[in-house]
Design a protein around this ligand. Structure first.
Ligand code: SAM
Length: 288
């Protein structure tokens, strides 16, 4: 590495309204030697609006593996590079992970220039609990895989945040109703910061029906948020624990004990299995 190592700036850009970019982000983009952009033509429009003429190179999901080596070499020789994506924060359902990982491994200073992110933007206006949430990004496009993923998430108690393409929104909401039940609160945050910004909140069935009957709700870009499952009742959790202890003492395998305890107490299978595994592991530990 040269004695003057470079810097990799990870710069957030607008998710719709081009004015949503920080003064610092603009200064960095104007000042660096090179901007690595997901789609150089798309980003030129943003940079053009602010009179920024910095050289652009493409870094997208199809060339990231190959392009990272060259970029890290530039950084090691003192280059100052900014990473941007088409919209929002790079790496958040966007390219850049390999570049950031390799730059860090090479000891390069990686500096964030924070700004818009559709998930956070949607959470900030949804009116769902935000003290804990999970970002699930895009669900699988195929229905069978999507349903399987949603089944795993059904007992998640934190607010769930999904990115979803408009053309799949109706099918996705139908699958959500099946996996999560009809009554969970849900929010569809569409075209945030743009002309047709819409934030709809309802229970899952009502939202699914609205999207199925109003094609406009499938246009543009959307974040879908769903309220988490109710917290498990602590009395039920305690009975599950006691029952698992008895069943494990009787010599039942963890999976069988968990299945019975989940059925008897109505607790989620995942939670009960995790508890059974933990109790089994503790009982196996040597005393002292
Ligand atoms: N990196 C971006 C971020 O920080 O949010 C996300 C990029 S991901 C490829 C694009 C997805 O983000 C869209 O399909 C949509 O789910 C969501 N999204 C992006 N812009 C949005 C907007 N203005 N309103 C609602 N959702 C948006």
């Amino acid at each position: 590495m040269s004695n003057k190592a470079g810097v990799l700036y990870v710069v957030a850009t607008p998710i719709g309204n081009l004015a949503d970019i920080s003064q610092r982000a603009l200064e960095i983009l104007a000042d660096v030697d090179l901007i690595a952009a997901e789609d150089t033509r798309h980003s030129r429009r943003l940079l053009g609006r602010y009179g920024i003429a910095t050289r652009l190179v493409a870094l997208h999901e199809h060339n990231e593996r190959g392009a990272v080596g060259g970029l890290v070499e530039k950084l090691e020789h003192g280059g100052r590079v900014a990473l941007i994506s088409d919209a929002g924060t790079p790496l958040i359902s966007d390219p850049g992970f390999r570049l950031v990982r390799e730059a860090r491994r090479a000891g390069i200073n990686v500096v964030p220039a924070p700004g818009p992110c559709a998930a956070i933007c949607a959470l900030s206006v949804a009116g769902l609990p935000t003290d804990r949430f999970v970002f699930e990004g895009f669900l699988p496009a195929r229905s069978a895989a999507r349903r399987a993923r949603l089944q795993v998430l059904a007992s998640e108690t934190r607010t769930l945040v999904f990115y979803e393409a408009g053309r799949r929104m109706a099918a996705c909401l139908d699958d959500l109703c099946v996996a999560f039940g009809d009554e969970r609160p849900a929010v569809l945050a569409r075209e945030l910061t743009k002309l047709h910004e819409t934030v709809l909140d309802a229970d899952l069935t009502t939202l699914a029906r609205r999207v199925a009957t109003d094609p406009e709700q499938c246009l543009g870009e959307s974040v879908l948020l769903v309220g988490g499952a109710p917290e498990p009742d602590s009395a039920d959790a305690e009975s599950a624990r006691q029952l698992i202890e008895v069943l494990l003492d009787e010599g039942l395998p963890v999976s069988r004990a968990a299945a019975i305890a989940a059925r008897v107490t109505g607790q989620s299978k995942r939670a009960v299995y995790a508890l059974a595994q933990a109790l089994h592991d503790t009982s196996e530990m040597p005393p002292g």
